[in-house]
Design a protein around this ligand. Structure first.
Ligand code: FEO
Length: 395
C-alpha cells in the first residue's frame, strides 16, 4: 500500500494483500484484504496504531522509511490477533525506544502469542488518554469485537476513530475511503457476519459508545475508511437489530438427486406463499455468502441425505457453522432422503446447542420422494408461512 495522508500528520501506512484467498484457513476472501496501520505524528511524540500481518511487514517498514520516521514512541495494539500484531516484534526491533500501549488482557495475549517481553508494555485503562503534543489518543475498551481484549483508539483533535476489526471489511483496494455503494456494504456485512455476529449483543452496546464519540472518520484495520461514519454505523444497527427478512435458507447436499428433488419442491412451495428462498449447495458453498444471509434470516432448512448410516458430513458442517455464528434464527428444520437408517435428525440436533430455535418436524423420504412426502413438504411450507406471519415477518 502506498502511504496515504488522512489529515495533517496522520497517515495510513499499512499493506494491501491482493492475493490472500483465505483467512484463518476457513473464511474465503474473494477480494483479498488489507492490514491498515496508522502513523500519527504528534508535536512531541509519534505513535503507530496497529501493525500488519507478518507476511507484509516489509511494506509497513518500507512506508515508515518513505516518511523518514526515525523514532516511534508508542505502538498502540488495539487487538492482539496476528494480522494486526504480527509485525510488532519487528517494529520494536527497529524502534527499540517504543513502548507498546494496550490493555491488560491484550498484553497477556501478546506475551503468549508473540513472546514480547513484559517490560515493553504500558498498560492503559478504559478512557485513559495519551498526549502526543497537539494530538491526543483516547483508549476506548470494546471487548468481544471479536476477541475479549479488543479496544478502539480515538484521535480527539482530528475526530478519527481507529477501530481495528470493528467496521472493517476484507477488501483489497487502492482507495482510502469507502464508496457508499452496495458492494462496499456487502463486504462489510460479510465481515460482520463471519466474525462479529456471534457477539452482536456486545456489538450493539459498542455502537452506542461509538456514536457518543462523534467521530468524523472511522478508520478500521481492514478495508477502506468511512468518511461518513453514519453510513456504516446505520448498517451495523440494522444487522444487530431483531429485524428479520421474509426468507428461508436451504443449504443442501444431494447424492443421487432425491434430496435435491425435495429442495426444489419446498422452494417452489415457499415462493408460492410469497417467501424468499436462498439455496446453497454445500459442495461448493462460500461460507461468507451463507453467513451474510444468516444475519437476518428467521428460518433455516437443512437438506441432506444419509450416508454411511448417518447424516451427510457436509450437513453436519453447515449445522456446526451455523451454531458457531449464533445468528438470530428462530426456526429450523431438516429434510432429506435416506436409504436405510435414519439418524440424520438426531445428529444435526446435537450440533445446534447455541441456538434458541423452534425445530420443525423433519420430512424424510425413503429413496425418491413420493406423494406423501410432497404433501409433508407442502405442509412444512404452510407452517413456515404461518410462523413468519405470527412473528410479524410477513406483514
Ligand atoms: Fe483482523 Fe481479529 O483480526
Amino acid at each position: 500500500m502506498a502511504v496515504k495522508k488522512i489529515v495533517d500528520r496522520v497517515f495510513s501506512v499499512g499493506a494491501v494483500d491482493w492475493d490472500r484467498r483465505f483467512f484463518d484457513e476457513l473464511i474465503p476472501l474473494p477480494d483479498g484484504t488489507s492490514y491498515n496501520s496508522y502513523l500519527i505524528l504528534g508535536g512531541e511524540r509519534t505513535a503507530l496504531i496497529d501493525t500488519v500481518d507478518p507476511e507484509k511487514e516489509y511494506e509497513l517498514i518500507g512506508n515508515l522509511k518513505k516518511l523518514n520516521v526515525e523514532r516511534i514512541d508508542y505502538v498502540i495494539a488495539n487487538h492482539a490477533e496476528q494480522d494486526h500484531s504480527g509485525s510488532i516484534p519487528k517494529v520494536l526491533e527497529l524502534y527499540p525506544e517504543a513502548k507498546l500501549i494496550t490493555n491488560k488482557k491484550a498484553r497477556d495475549f501478546l506475551i503468549d502469542l508473540l513472546h514480547i517481553p513484559e517490560e515493553k508494555f504500558k498498560v492503559v485503562q478504559d478512557g485513559e488518554e495519551l498526549f502526543l503534543g497537539n494530538k491526543t489518543l483516547r483508549f476506548v475498551f470494546a471487548p468481544w469485537v471479536h476477541w475479549p481484549e479488543t479496544m478502539l483508539t480515538y484521535l480527539v483533535e482530528d475526530k478519527i476513530l481507529f477501530t481495528c476489526d470493528f467496521f472493517g471489511s476484507h477488501f483489497a483496494t487502492s482507495r482510502l475511503y469507502a464508496e457508499e455503494d452496495a458492494k462496499v456494504l456487502e463486504d462489510a456485512k460479510r465481515y460482520y457476519a463471519e466474525i462479529m455476529m456471534p457477539f452482536r449483543v456486545q456489538i450493539r452496546k459498542h455502537l452506542e459508545k461509538v456514536k457518543a464519540l462523534g467521530a468524523e472518520v472511522i478508520a478500521p484495520s481492514h478495508g477502506p475508511l468511512w468518511k461518513n461514519p453514519n453510513f456504516i454505523i446505520g448498517a451495523y444497527e440494522e444487522w444487530v437489530s431483531d429485524k428479520f427478512g421474509n426468507i428461508v435458507l436451504i443449504p443442501f447436499v444431494s447424492m443421487h438427486g432425491s434430496t435435491w428433488e425435495m429442495v426444489q419442491y419446498l422452494s417452489d412451495a415457499l415462493q408460492e406463499r410469497g417467501i424468499g428462498v436462498k439455496i446453497f449447495n454445500l459442495m461448493q458453498m462460500d461460507i461468507g455468502k451463507f453467513a451474510i444471509e444468516l444475519v437476518s434470516a428467521p428460518t433455516l432448512i437443512l437438506a441432506a441425505p444419509t450416508v454411511l448410516a448417518g447424516v451427510h458430513p457436509l450437513a453436519i458442517y453447515a449445522a456446526y457453522l451455523t451454531n458457531a455464528l449464533r445468528p438470530k434464527l428462530k426456526y429450523a428444520g431438516i429434510i432429506g432422503s435416506y436409504g436405510w437408517g435414519g439418524k440424520a435428525v438426531e445428529h444435526i440436533k446435537t450440533q445446534l446447542p447455541n441456538l434458541k430455535i423452534e425445530l420443525f418436524e423433519p420430512v424424510l423420504a425413503k429413496g425418491l420422494p413420493r406423494e406423501e412426502d410432497y404433501r409433508k413438504l407442502n405442509e412444512l411450507a404452510g407452517l413456515i408461512f404461518q410462523k413468519h406471519r405470527e412473528a410479524r415477518i410477513i406483514k
